[in-house]
Design a protein around this ligand. Structure first.
Ligand code: ACO
Length: 339
């Protein structure tokens, strides 16, 4: 297991705009009950999810990223020419290569940017945020477009009730910028914890075309690229690891849990969110949830929730916000930002 070192860099990186996108097609619990042996009651009581969005035929991860990015750029009043870094957190890239971030760069015409993907499953957006923060704090880049996006519907086994009820598609984006005169005082990214534990890689994975598969002429044995998950083990690992990461991120920000105004958790399961929130001693009204409508959108979940919290006014200027995510790897992350 590896943890990042204590975060002592000054708060020079701020979030100046957010945007998100979800596909139009709604798949309800009742719709799923027609495909697999499940019920709305089971799904809601075990997860909190009521419906999710599914990408249209031919709609790619980079398409969803581009919609979310344009909304974030408009929200931030930032042009494509100003963006000098694009990072996409995704485990469902359009293709093995080039990166999804390069397709987004092309779509936006952001010719000054360096663009690449990060693979940290549901923690992808927070990994992207922290990498961008290091670039900006280090003085190498000034304006970053970070995106969390996934099209997990492409990896779902639609005959497996253990997994097919959990996931949905979407994308969320944020513009990070080096602090300028006139930016709200003390807003920005205060602290972050990134961590991973590769010994837990077996509890959640999706095989596919990769170097682990036999090479020609034996290509026929490539396994189906579908999600395999040991749900209870994921549940336990998520609660244990993310609680510790939250406590560390809050301490590194020089705060206590009582100072947190809003927690925006990974939108996987309301019972996991409750367990984390209760361990931190935060009341239910401090947790932002939209998993009822979207399910678990993997790398997009926190990014979409952040955008919705900001646009709906739930998030207020000066709020201390705790972001926390976990996913396959096992990879997890917690960040404290001041809005
Ligand atoms: N409908 C009805 N019954 C179901 C369904 C379903 N959709 N799915 C499973 N069941 C059944 C099981 O077969 C089992 O039946 P059995 O006792 O006869 O064998 C029973 O319900 C209980 O199953 P459990 O696994 O005990 O249910 P649990 O309470 O653990 O909830 C769940 C399962 C929701 C998957 C939970 O374990 C969970 O949320 N885990 C975390 C998953 C997660 O967050 N994954 C995403 C990680 S992020 C990423 O990187 C993609």
């Amino acid at each position: 297991m590896s943890h990042s070192s204590p975060d002592l860099s000054p708060c020079v990186t701020t979030i100046v705009g957010t945007g998100s996108y979800v596909p139009e097609k709604v798949l309800s619990n009742a719709d799923l009950a027609k495909i697999v042996d499940t019920t709305d009651e089971w799904i809601v009581s075990r997860t909190g999810i009521r419906e999710r969005r599914i990408a249209a035929a031919g709609e790619t991860t980079s398409d969803m990223c581009t919609h979310a990015a344009r909304r974030a750029m408009e929200n931030a009043s930032v042009t494509a020419a100003e963006i000098d870094l694009i990072i996409v957190g995704t485990v469902t890239p359009d293709s093995l290569f080039p990166s999804t971030a390069c397709y987004v760069q092309q779509n936006l015409g952001a010719s000054q940017a360096v663009a690449f993907d990060v693979s940290a499953a549901c923690a992808g957006f927070l990994f992207a945020m922290q990498i961008a923060r290091h670039f900006i704090n280090g003085g190498n880049r000034s304006t970053a477009l970070i995106i969390g996006a996934d099209k997990l519907s492409a990896l779902i086994d639609w005959t497996d009730r253990n997994t097919c009820v959990l996931f949905g598609d979407g994308a969320g984006a944020a513009i990070l910028r080096r602090r300028r005169d006139g930016d709200p005082p003390s807003s920005g990214l205060l602290s972050s914890v990134l961590a991973s534990d590769g010994t837990l890689s077996g509890i959640l994975h999706a095989p596919g075309i990769g170097s682990a598969q036999t090479t020609p002429p034996h290509r026929a044995v490539i396994p189906e690229p579908i999600i395999h998950m040991m749900g209870k083990e994921v549940f336990k690992a998520a609660v244990k690891n993310t609680c510790e990461a939250c406590e560390t991120a809050i301490a590194r920000a020089g705060l206590t849990a009582a100072d947190i105004d809003l927690i925006i958790p990974h939108q996987a399961n309301v019972r996991i969110v409750d367990a984390i929130r209760e361990r931190l001693g935060l009341p239910p009204e401090k947790a932002f949830l939209n998993l009822q409508q979207y399910g678990n959108t993997s790398g997009a979940a926190i990014a979409i929730a952040l955008d919705e919290a900001a646009r709906s006014g739930v998030l207020k200027r000066g709020d201390n916000v705790l972001l926390v995510a976990f996913g396959a790897g096992f990879a997890w992350a917690a960040s404290v930002i001041r809005w």
